[in-house]
Design a protein around this ligand. Sequence first.
Ligand code: ZN
Length: 149
Amino acid sequence: MIRYALVCGECEHDFEAWFASSAAFDAQSEKRLVTCPDCGGGRVAKQIMAPSVKSPKKATARSDAERLVAEFADKARDHVAKNFDYVGDDFADEARAMYYGETEDRPIWGATTPEESAALAEEGVPAAPLPRAFTPKPPKRARPKRDVN
Ligand SMILES: [Zn+2]
C-alpha cells in the first residue's frame, strides 16, 4: 500500500488516499476513478513534494552563530558608546584636526557624507566605516548648538 498526498484540479482541495501501488494510482487516475471527496471532480493529481532542506541540527548551529554575532555586536556597540566620543556630523573635521595634530588624538565616531568620506581617504586620514550592527544609537549632542545667524 502506498499513501499519496493528492490535490483536486477543480477545487484545489488537499487530501490523502491509499493505493495498492503507484501503478494502481496511475491506472485509476487515468480512468478518472480517483475523485475528490469534496467536489467529486476527477482531475486529481499527486501533490508536488519538495525535499526538506533544513535539518534541525543545522538550524540550531546557525542560530548559535547568529546569537554569538548578536552578543558580539552588543559588546562592540557598548564599547563604542562608552569609549568613543560622538562628534555627529563633524566627524570629517574632527578626524582631520586630529590627523594634522590640531587636536589631541581620541577615539571618535560620527557621520560623514560619502564626499567627506572619500576626501578623508584621499588625504590619508585613517577612518573606517562602522558596521551597522556595531553602531550605537547616537547620543544627544552634549555640546551646545551653534547659534544660527
Ligand atoms: Zn475537488
